[in-house]
Ligand binder design. Structure first.
Ligand SMILES: [Ca+2]
Ligand SMILES: [Ca+2]
Length: 289
């Protein structure tokens, strides 16, 4: 599986460095903000890379998104740890403006409630609570058991990598990349850190583009095959019956015809795919040839 990988540095410094930052901003669709007391000469930096598949399919569950957050501080701040004080994700964003997601596209992705720090990084063994989306569709990751401090570059472990699990619920309403074939959305991520000694705060943001494909088969329970169990699972869901091993709740793809609602047509659609009916209205699947 291929991935798009973006590393976006966010240092603070003099005029030349600011120009370089502006260039990187244009290249990598990144904005950064550096807040510092006037007159301070400092180079506190943070960078963010986000790895996520360039293409996913509606109904996929537990797709890994990986955030790679680095303390990139340089002299005279090269020995300072960076306290991670905010990690924000808008899981599916249609438009980014002025460094924020100005038009979220809710419901495309859902995130598992807990994310975990990756082995071999400063966040190894750490867990992060993933909040439900707020009114602006922002999801906040909060470290359990106290703040994370990313050690300085000189320590050799100046990276905090965090993995979170993403489920693909529906196709985007907004195609965020019209020139590219298919329908794209973007994972919009923002991280903020404060240097442990000088107290300077840095922020960097990344947009990661992903094509969201329609499913090719009505595999409602996501077990990899289409059988009458998929129809049964939809009927169980509609009847309010308890989940079973074969019919988990939530079902990965209950709305198999992507109409926007789960109803009995979805169960009929599965049976159409299995060749039990000559035709079902509003069902995009024919039996495999
Ligand atoms: Ca497109
Ligand atoms: Ca199935």
């Amino acid at each position: 599986m291929s991935h798009r990988h973006m590393i976006c540095p966010g240092p603070a410094g003099g005029t030349r460095r600011a120009w370089l930052s502006a260039l990187l901003l244009a290249l990598a669709l990144v904005t950064l903000a550096v807040l510092r007391p006037s007159g301070a000469v400092a180079s506190v930096g943070i960078s963010l890379g986000v790895t996520f598949p360039t293409s996913v399919t509606v109904g996929q569950t537990d797709v890994t998104a990986r955030l790679q957050i680095r303390n990139t501080s340089t002299a005279p701040n090269q020995s300072e740890g960076l306290v991670l004080n905010q990690i924000v994700i808008v899981p599916s964003c249609g438009t980014v403006m002025s460094g924020a997601c100005s038009m979220p596209d809710p419901g495309v992705f859902s995130l598992a409630p807990t994310a975990s720090g990756d082995a071999g990084t400063a966040c190894a063994g750490r867990s992060f609570t993933v909040s439900p989306p707020d009114a602006s569709q922002r999801v906040f990751l909060t470290a359990q058991g106290g703040s994370v401090v990313i050690p300085p570059p000189s320590s050799g472990t100046n990276t905090c990598d965090i993995s979170l699990l993403v489920s693909v619920r529906k196709q985007p309403t907004i195609d965020t990349d019209p020139p590219t074939a298919g329908v794209q959305t973007r994972l919009f991520t923002s991280v903020t850190g404060t240097s442990s000694i000088s107290g300077l705060t840095v922020t960097t943001r990344v947009s990661t583009y992903t094509t969201v494909l329609r499913p090719t088969r009505p595999d409602a329970n996501g077990d990899g095959s289409v059988t009458s169990t998929d129809a049964l699972c939809i009927l169980r869901l509609l009847g309010g019956f308890a989940a079973t091993a074969a019919c988990p709740n939530p079902l990965p793809l209950p709305d198999v015809n992507l109409s926007g609602a789960v109803d009995s047509v979805d169960a009929l659609c599965v049976l159409r795919f299995l060749g039990r009916f000559a035709r079902v209205a509003n069902c995009p699947y024919d039996p495999p040839a």
